[in-house]
Design a protein around this ligand. Structure first.
Ligand code: NDP
Length: 491
């Protein structure tokens, strides 16, 4: 028996996580001013793994968005901005603890509505979401020290638009710093993944957050556009595609509203010939197959030194045969469902382009479920820099492999992209890590690891990956205005 067959013969018993912990309502309204507002229109949100309808969700109109912005303004000018910062912190600590207490319920719902494997929702999304609230709770009453002599003040009402790849985690990334800084918020989840944001409204109720401090309006891109256009919003924070990010930037030009954009990426994961190959293979797999590759900072371009290409690719292919694709609620699943039919179509289109342009495709033998949206883990070798699969964000479980001979060539190829969000470097030599990291034009550079996140660490991009930082102290700054006159004595 070949080694590959031996791996394939390794059967796992089903280990499904129970859905019983989640109680879904038939229909959800819009969370405005601390209560539920009836939307005029609704749509059905589904499970991408089974296409089963889960609930009816509101499609917020411009009028609904106006009501949410009004509620946020009222809360900002009323109780919230007058609250002592230490009291504000208590709400954030409460939210963090409630997320920890209800973690299993949130993790199951996240996997159900978004298609990601339960082991990722459970071990990555939920702990990190709680950690963001804990971290920013700690800053709420220390802003004067964090920004000494700059007199930090909240900016007012923040409009926040988030994508479908990390629904609850992106909510936490956005809400925690905004609230810690003393702002109120109107948040729009992605059309395909609204359910954990709606469940989060119950956490807000339990935490007794004052009405109107956080408002959640569900809907499609039209709801997002209405939020961007609303004159009562002081700042927009957006995570999503570069195309929509550019449209938002055009819309806001000249309005004086603040803007931060966290957009797409095409990260290079660079493996030098002295790297520990087995460790690198794990990093490559984590870099591109984590969350089905629906990750803005995914290591979607593998740059491997020519002399080790063959052994590395052999090891990688062998590792792919052991990835288990299937039911997101099964605790053994490594790769879950593609988030939507539209995203699956986009992945298929780009993969077909890769084949037409002459790259060589490899997919491990794996049985995909018949119902739902699925795509097998894929590796392309013989990829040229000019290929679409080397240039465009695929946002799926698809890796493009390119080679290099010298460190200079690796850096040149890694930077040859319109994006600049993240990168990875694999080598035994510390000096080479530093040499390479200094030359990579990416917001985050991981060394001998990939896709590591921490609330204390700023995250964001260059070039078409956007601007502004989330996480760490840097993540507070876009939610504050500064009275620089305070540098004068008595100012
Ligand atoms: P979008 O940029 O369309 O979605 C991100 C968010 O913006 C969603 O909440 C979306 O709502 C909302 N939105 C859409 N149109 C507008 C608008 N005109 N004004 C304001 N908000 C708007 O991404 P897609 O879901 O369409 O994904 C397309 C591609 O974008 C993916 O294939 C991937 O390459 C990339 N992407 C990158 C992400 C990242 O983190 N960098 C995240 C998501 C996607 P709705 O969901 O209702 O459309």
């Amino acid at each position: 028996m070949t080694e590959e067959l031996a791996f394939r013969g390794f059967e796992y018993a089903a280990a499904p996580e129970s859905r019983a912990i989640v109680r879904l309502d038939d229909a959800y309204g819009l969370f405005v001013g601390g209560g539920w507002r009836e939307p005029a229109e609704t749509y059905t949100t589904i499970s991408p793994a089974s296409e089963e309808p889960l609930a009816h969700v509101g499609q917020a109109s411009a009028e609904d968005v106006g009501a949410a912005v009004g509620a946020a303004r009222e809360a900002f000018e009323g109780e919230w901005s007058a609250l002592r910062p230490a009291e504000r912190a208590k709400y954030l600590f409460r939210i963090a603890r409630l997320l920890q207490e209800r973690a299993r319920e949130f993790a199951v719902l996240e996997s159900l509505n978004g298609g990601k494997p339960i082991k990722e929702s459970r071990d990555v999304d939920l702990p990190l979401a709680a950690a963001h609230f804990f971290y920013y709770a700690g800053w709420a009453d220390k802003l004067e020290y964090a920004f000494a002599n700059r007199r930090p003040r909240p900016i007012g009402v923040a409009g926040q638009i988030i994508p479908w790849n990390f629904p609850l985690l992106m909510l936490a990334w956005k809400l925690a710093p905004a609230l810690a800084a003393g702002n109120t918020v109107v948040l729009k989840p992605a059309e395909t993944t609204p359910l954990t944001a709606l469940l989060f409204c119950d956490v807000l109720r339990q935490a007794e957050l004052p009405a109107g401090v956080v408002n959640i309006v569900t809907g499609d891109g039209r709801t997002g556009a209405a939020l961007v256009e609303h004159p009562g919003v002081d700042k927009i924070a957006f995570t999503g595609s570069t195309e929509v990010g550019k449209a938002i930037q055009r819309e806001l030009a000249g309005t004086g509203k603040g803007l931060t954009l966290e957009l797409g990426g095409k990260a290079a994961n660079i493996v030098f010939d002295d790297a520990p190959l087995d460790q690198a293979v794990e990093g490559i797999v984590n870099g591109i197959y984590f969350n089905q590759g629906h990750v803005c900072c995914a290591g979607s371009r593998l740059l491997v030194q020519e002399s080790i290409q063959q052994p590395l690719i052999e090891k990688l292919k062998r590792r792919l045969t052991t990835l288990r694709v299937g039911d997101p609620l099964d605790k053994n699943t490594d790769v879950g469902a593609i988030n939507s039919a539209a995203q699956l179509q986009r992945i298929e289109e780009l993969v077909a382009a890769g084949q037409q342009e002459g790259a060589e495709i490899y997919q491990p033998p794996c049985r995909l479920p018949e119902q739902g949206y699925w795509f097998a883990p894929t590796v392309f070798t013989n990829v040229a820099q000019s290929h679409r699969i080397a240039q465009e964000e695929i946002f799926g479980p698809v890796l493009s492999v390119l080679t290099f001979r010298t460190p200079e060539e690796a850096v040149e190829k890694a930077n040859n992209t319109a994006y600049g969000l993240s990168a990875g470097v694999w080598t035994e030599k510390g000096s080479r890590i530093l040499w390479t990291a200094q030359r990579l034009r990416a917001g985050v550079v991981w060394a001998n690891t990939f896709n590591r996140f921490d609330p204390t660490s700023p995250f964001g991009g260059y070039k078409e990956s956007g601007f502004g930082r989330e996480g760490g102290l840097h993540g507070l700054e876009p939610y504050l205005r500064f009275d620089e006159d305070a540098t004068e004595w008595g100012g």
